[in-house]
Design a binder for this molecule. Structure first.
Ligand code: BG6
Length: 485
C-alpha cells in the first residue's frame, strides 16, 4: 500500500517536535508501511535537502535514545520532501495536487495544524483543487474551536470538502498506551466490571499534572486556558473511557457511540454552580524541580493582567444508572510539583469492620491507573501486618509496572495515531458529535465563569494548585490521592 503524508505547517513546532520523531520511531522499528513519502509544506523557499537538514538539526531536541544515527537519518531522509506553498493561492494547491497525482498513492493523508481560523479557508481550497478524493484523509489538530459555535463553524467548513469518515480529529491522549489499556483493563477482565458502578465505587479522581509553564506560547495559551486546552478534550476523554458502557465490538463507531453517551450524560455546570463545582487557578512564581520559575504574568510575552486559568479542578456527576451519585473530580494544571497523570477509582469503605479500633483504620480500596510517567496499575488494599503481636491493618499495593512487566518501548501517542490514519483506523479519533458534545458541556462552564466573573485564584508554582481545589474535594469528606502507598 503506497501512501503520501502531507504536513501543512511543515516547519512548525508540532511537526518537528512530535510528528517527525514519531514517524522516525515507526520507521526505525519497521512499523511504517513501505511505499511512503512524507511531504512538508510551508511558506518559505527550501529544497528537499535543506528541509532534511532542518529536521536533522531539530532531532537534537529529542531524547537521546530516540535520535537517529547518521545512517538511520539518511535512510529516513529519503522519505522526506518539501514544497513551498502559500495557503491563500489556489495555484499552489493545484501544484500540490499534480505532485501527488504524479505518483497516485493509494492513500493520501493531509495533516492540518493551522491557527483555527484557517481551517475553513484551507479546506475550501483543498476541496476546490480536488484534493479531497476518496483516497484522501484529513487530520485535524486541536484546537478545533474556542467554544461550541466556533467548533461548529470549523467542522461545517471541513465537512463541505471532506466526509466524516475521511476526517480524523486528533486527541493525542487517545493514542497513549495506558489510555488504551484502560479499555483492556475494564473490558478484558471479569474482575472489575461487577464492581464498576455506584454500588461499589465511592468516587473517581482524574488528575493530569504538568511541571512545565506556558513558556513560549503565552499569547496562544492566554486565549485558551486550562479548561479549553486540557479538560474539553483530554480529560473528558479519560472520563469517557472510565465511565462508558462496554462496547459490543471494537468497531470505531461502537466505541464512539458509548463515549458520546457519557458526554451527553455529564451534569451541566452553569453560572449557579461554578463557584461550588469548579476552581480556577493561576500560577505565581515558585520552585519546581528545585528551580525558581516565574509566575504566569512574568513569562516572556505576558500581559501584566490576565484572568486566564492555568489550573482547573471540577466536580462533575454523570446522570445515568451506573454513576448516579458518584462524583468525578478532575483537575489539571501547569507548574505543579510533578508530572503525573492518573485515574484513581476509589471503592466504598466496607460497610462493617470486625476489627478493633487498635488495628487501625479501614481505608477503602483504590485502583490507580498511572498514565504517565511510570505507566502502570496499582490496586491498594488492606493486609495484615506481619508478626504475632496485636493485629494491625496495613495499606499495601499490588503494583504492576508496565516497563518492568513488558519491557520494550512504549511508543509515543503520535506514532500510533499517525499509523492508524495511514491504515484507515478511526477508533482513536474524535467523531464530530463527540467533539460537539464536549464543547456543549464546556460552554456551560465558560458562560458560568463569564457571567459570575469568577476570578482565578493564585497558587505558588510547585504547589498542588489553589487551596480551594483541596476544599473542593474535602468538603465532601474526601481527599486527593497522594502517591504515598
Ligand atoms: C496539549 C496541550 O494538548 O497537551 C498542552 O495543549 C499540554 O498545553 C499537552 O502541555 C500535554 O500533553 P502530554 O502528552 O505531555 O501530557
Amino acid at each position: 500500500m503506497s501512501f503520501d503524508l502531507v504536513f501543512f505547517g511543515g516547519t512548525g513546532d508540532l511537526t518537528w517536535r512530535k510528528l517527525m520523531p514519531a514517524l522516525f520511531q515507526a520507521f526505525r522499528h519497521g512499523k511504517l508501511p513501505p511505499g511512503g513519502r512524507i511531504l512538508a509544506v510551508a511558506r518559505d523557499e527550501r529544497s528537499d535537502d535543506e528541509y532534511r537538514a532542518f529536521i536533522r538539526e531539530r532531532f537534537v531536541e529529542v531524547e537521546s535514545a530516540k535520535r537517529p544515527t547518521d545512517e538511520e537519518f539518511s535512510r529516513f531522509a529519503e522519505l522526506l520532501h518539501y514544497r513551498r506553498m502559500d495557503l491563500s493561492k489556489p495555484e499552489d494547491y493545484a501544484g500540490l495536487k499534480s505532485w501527488l497525482d504524479e505518483r497516485g498513492a493509494d492513500t493520501v493523508v493531509l495533516s492540518l495544524a493551522p491557527a483555527p481560523y484557517l481551517f475553513p479557508v484551507i479546506c475550501e481550497q483543498l476541496g476546490a483543487a480536488g484534493l479531497n478524493g476518496p483516497q484522501v484523509r484529513v487530520v485535524l489538530e486541536k484546537p478545533l474551536g474556542h467554544d461550541l459555535a466556533s467548533a461548529h463553524e470549523i467542522n461545517s467548513a471541513v465537512a463541505k470538502a471532506f466526509s466524516e469518515p475521511q476526517t480524523y480529529r486528533i486527541d493525542h491522549y487517545l493514542g497513549k498506551e495506558t489510555v488504551q489499556n484502560l479499555m483492556v483493563l475494564r473490558f478484558a477482565n471479569a474482575l472489575f466490571e461487577p464492581l464498576w458502578n455506584r454500588t461499589h465505587i465511592d468516587h473517581v479522581q482524574i488528575s493530569v499534572a504538568e511541571t512545565v509553564g506556558v513558556g513560549g506560547r503565552w499569547k496562544y495559551y492566554n486565549e485558551s486556558g486550562a479548561l479549553r486546552d486540557m479538560i474539553q478534550n483530554h480529560l473528558l476523554q479519560l472520563v469517557c473511557l472510565t465511565a462508558m458502557e462496554p462496547p459490543s465490538t471494537l468497531d470505531a463507531d461502537m466505541i464512539r457511540d458509548e463515549k458520546l453517551k457519557v458526554l451527553r450524560a455529564l451534569q451541566p455546570i452553569y453560572a449557579a454552580d461554578v463557584a461550588q463545582a469548579t476552581v480556577r487557578g493561576q500560577y505565581r512564581a515558585g520552585t519546581v524541580d528545585g528551580k525558581s520559575v516565574p509566575g504566569y504574568l512574568e513569562e516572556s510575552d505576558a500581559d501584566p493582567v490576565s484572568n486566564t486559568e492555568t489550573f482547573v479542578a471540577i466536580k462533575v456527576g454523570i446522570d445515568n444508572w451506573r454513576w448516579a451519585g458518584v462524583p468525578f473530580y478532575v483537575r489539571t494544571g501547569k507548574r505543579l510539583p510533578s508530572r503525573s497523570s492518573e485515574i484513581v477509582v476509589q471503592f466504598k469503605t466496607p460497610p462493617h469492620s470486625p476489627y478493633p479500633a487498635s488495628a487501625g483504620t479501614i481505608h477503602p480500596n483504590k485502583l490507580v491507573m498511572r498514565l504517565q510517567p511510570d505507566e502502570g496499575i496499582r490496586l491498594v488494599m488492606l493486609n495484615k501486618g506481619r508478626g504475632p503481636g496485636e493485629l494491625k491493618l496495613h495499606q499495601t499495593a499490588l503494583d504492576l509496572s508496565f516497563a518492568e512487566t513488558f519491557g520494550g518501548r512504549s511508543p509515543d501517542a503520535y506514532e500510533r495515531l499517525l499509523l492508524d490514519v495511514i491504515r484507515g483506523r478511526p477508533a482513536l479519533f474524535m467523531r464530530l458529535d463527540e467533539l460537539e458534545a464536549a464543547w456543549r458541556w464546556t460552554d456551560g462552564i465558560l458562560h458560568g465563569w463569564a457571567d459570575t466573573a469568577l476570578a482565578v485564584k493564585p497558587y505558588a508554582a510547585g504547589s498542588w494548585g489553589p487551596t480551594a481545589a483541596i476544599s473542593l474535594i474535602e468538603r465532601d469528606g474526601r481527599t486527593w490521592h497522594e502517591d504515598d502507598i
